[in-house]
Ligand binder design. Structure first.
Ligand code: ADP
Length: 258
């Protein structure tokens, strides 16, 4: 009888702990939804006045009788407004790709074409600092099912980060391969590398490295958070292997089209 009483007591205790944990998970989910809604609302509220500011700046800049000082001030304002616009667009994309009620509408996407475009987009920045970018891929198309714009964003972001965080004269290797029923896309650089401590936080929104050399590069810390969400909502995974001072490899695995 004592044993039964003891077991019953433990069962009740377990049930209560389970109920409390369940409640905590629900509270955290509600907070997360609230945070996403707040980000979307704020981003929308910022976007409209910014569009007006940019329109008027353009109009003023096209005026023929501006002094040199006024013109260069207007150009500084326009660049600042464009940077702000990019942050706002990234915030809107971050909440879009993190929204489970808005899933991907999958279409066949040839990752080879996506990778070639991403490399082309980074070529000006790479040439400027003499960073060599090479692509390694088997012949023929490699098709995943997904959203073309979102997969573009994944490749562009990882390739441009590799170029951005690799000093003058470095190397970037972009690999694409079929790996069983998955598609492997990886970007390796011999640049700044990432400390183990920072690797644990890389995919958090707004995270930027504490390494002064990396922090000296412009950025918002939203890129990898967006990339990870896109990869996850495509049923894939992403990881990083890096050593400070030696370089990094970002690896993305996506399901291949059946
Ligand atoms: P951003 O580049 O705008 O700061 P990201 O989310 O793309 O934002 O990257 C977050 C941080 O991760 C960067 O600030 C940088 O410190 C680090 N990082 C990303 N990619 C690399 C890389 N290839 N090599 C070294 N550090 C990197």
């Amino acid at each position: 009888a004592l044993d039964i009483g003891h077991d019953l007591g433990r069962a009740i205790l377990n049930a209560r702990t389970f109920e409390r944990e369940h409640q905590l998970v629900e509270e955290l989910q509600a907070l997360d939804t609230y945070k996403s809604q707040l980000i979307t609302t704020v981003a929308h509220e910022l976007k409209n006045p910014l569009t007006a500011v940019m329109g008027h700046l353009e109009m003023l800049e096209s005026s023929p009788d501006l002094t040199g000082t006024t013109r260069s001030s207007l150009q500084v304002m326009e660049r600042a407004a464009q940077r702000l616009g990019k942050v706002i667009d990234d915030l809107l994309l971050l909440s879009k790709v993190g929204d489970p009620t808005n899933p991907v509408i999958p279409t066949p996407v040839d990752l080879r074409a996506v990778v070639e475009e991403a490399v082309e987009l980074s070529s000006v920045a790479a040439d400027r600092k003499h960073v060599q970018v090479n692509v390694q891929a088997p012949p023929g198309p490699l098709v995943a099912m997904g959203d073309r714009d979102e997969l573009d964003r994944v490749c562009t972001n990882l390739v441009s980060n590799a170029v951005k965080y690799t000093p003058e004269g470095g190397h970037v290797l972009v690999r694409l391969d079929a790996c069983g029923d998955e598609l492997l896309f990886s970007v390796t650089d011999d640049g700044l590398g990432i400390s183990e401590q920072d690797q644990g936080r890389l995919f958090e929104e707004f995270f930027r490295s504490t390494n002064p050399e990396a922090a000296a590069q412009p950025g918002t810390g939203l890129g990898l958070a967006i990339v990870q969400r896109i990869v996850r909502r495509h049923g894939g995974r992403i990881d990083v292997d890096s050593e400070l001072g030696r370089g990094s490899t970002f690896r993305v695995l996506l399901p291949l089209r059946d």
